[in-house]
Design a protein around this ligand. Structure first.
Ligand SMILES: Nc1ncnc2c1ncn2[C@@H]1O[C@H](COP(=O)(O)OP(=O)(O)OP(=O)(O)O)[C@@H](O)[C@H]1O
Ligand SMILES: [Mg+2]
Length: 390
């Protein structure tokens, strides 16, 4: 049975490992530290950095496919591995569109896909000019390396933009500017594609961000017109084919107040917007990713309930006194239907330390439950004042 190597030892690798166990595979991880979420559970851990070609080579030896928990591996290292015969999936020439937001914006425009107006920013003047042109409804972004809203700024004046651009350019951070979209909400269209060319989508979901990072996912996106949903899924399928993606890909979308869709960014790995499918779909993203990178036929993605809501457990400003273990006891006592996934991470403010999935019929009810459960897990406070002893 195959061994798959995953670069990065975060929660995505940890959950991929769960799927690998069921399929009789081994997931080897390249982790920075022995207590990284996946390093705690994988039987084959290579310790090292994803920027060290030697470490990447060591992690790749004898594995059937090499894939990713994050997109930060330098392209030249991946090309070196491919040249040495490593089966890198997604291939570096596809992955670059998830690594480099400017390359992605340029490529998607060439393909005629809807994206916000954008420009590269090589100087403070570039940023100020773009801001003036767009009435200071703009977003500055690091071209590479951002995540969870780090590397995204929304300056409202020339002074603010100049300060950000001066700082970032001085650190050597490459920037782009784009228009700030008037959002109705954010969506995600997830697709998986195999080297054979088989592809499968999950229903388009709504993603709710707080402080620039994903907090809640509702599957499927409530009230999304059928033709809009179909258009988003078709876009994801076409993009996966055009770019030669192998594995799962999330297409992060903006739904504008006018009801149009624009592409925000691409992730070519399991993604927070797909966590609902671990419990809410016949085949979840982690299993599907393994099936895709190993060129197995893909699994049925049908939802198992009319609604699934995923709520991230985000670290509280101060970790509660009550232990995580005791919180879990209380949660299970109150909500036997809650499916909890914990990542083995320390509690820090706003850090993603786990998530809760709830399946059901009524969006409002299911969402309230999932958010209440997640808040309980991070804060040890029931938002409705519930007292188990009463
Ligand atoms: N052009 C834009 N107009 C309006 N809001 C935006 C725009 N670009 C980004 N945002 C907001 O900022 C969030 C983070 O932006 P983006 O997805 O580019 O950054 P990231 O840090 O790479 O994301 P992730 O959290 O997915 O790792 C978006 O989900 C959205 O809420
Ligand atoms: Mg994003």
């Amino acid at each position: 049975m195959p061994t798959v190597t995953m670069i990065g030892g975060g929660q995505l690798a940890r959950m991929t490992h769960q799927a690998a166990i069921a399929l009789g595979q081994r997931l080897r991880v390249l982790a920075e530290k022995p207590d990284d979420p996946a390093a705690q559970v994988s039987p084959e851990v290579v310790l090292g950095s994803h920027t060290d070609l030697g470490a990447l080579r060591k992690a790749a030896v004898g594995s059937h496919a090499l894939t990713f928990d994050h997109e930060h591996v330098p392209t030249e290292h991946l090309e070196a591995l491919v040249a040495e015969g490593v089966n890198v999936q997604p291939p570096p020439q596809a992955l670059v569109y998830a690594q480099d937001k400017l390359a992605m914006r340029v490529k998607l425009s060439e393909l005629g896909l809807p994206v916000p107006a954008f420009t590269p920013v090589g100087s403070v003047d570039d940023a100020v000019r773009f801001g003036d042109e767009h009435g200071w409804r703009i977003v500055l972004k690091a071209v590479r390396g951002g995540y969870d809203g780090r590397g995204v700024w929304m300056p409202e004046s020339a002074e603010e933009a100049a300060a950000i651009a001066t700082d970032q350019l001085a650190y050597g951070v490459q920037l782009l500017a784009e228009t700030k979209v008037e959002l109705k909400r954010e969506l995600s269209a997830m697709v998986a594609r195999s080297p054979f060319g088989q592809a499968a989508t999950w229903p388009v979901v709504e993603t709710v961000q707080r402080k620039g990072q994903c907090a809640v996912v509702i599957a499927p996106a409530p009230g999304l017109p059928e033709d809009t949903a179909a258009a988003a899924e078709t876009m994801a399928l076409n993009l996966a084919r055009e770019l030669g993606v192998v594995g799962v890909m999330a297409v992060e979308l903006f739904e504008t107040v006018e009801g149009e869709l624009l592409v925000n960014e691409l992730a070519m790995r399991p993604h927070n917007s797909g966590h609902w499918g671990m419990d809410g779909a016949r085949t979840g993203q982690f299993e599907q990713h393994l099936r895709a990178v190993l060129d197995y036929p893909l699994g049925d993605t049908a939802p198992l309930a009319p609604v699934t809501v995923m709520a991230n457990i985000l670290g509280a400003p101060q970790a509660p006194e009550m232990s995580m273990d005791e919180r879990l006891h209380h949660l299970f006592a109150r909500m036997p239907e809650a499916k909890v996934h914990l990542y083995g991470k320390g509690e820090r403010q706003d850090r993603k330390i786990g998530h809760v999935n709830i399946l059901g019929d009524d969006v409002a009810e299911v969402r309230e439950k999932a958010e209440r459960a997640a808040h309980w897990m991070s804060h040890a406070i029931w938002t409705d004042g519930w007292d188990p002893h009463e």
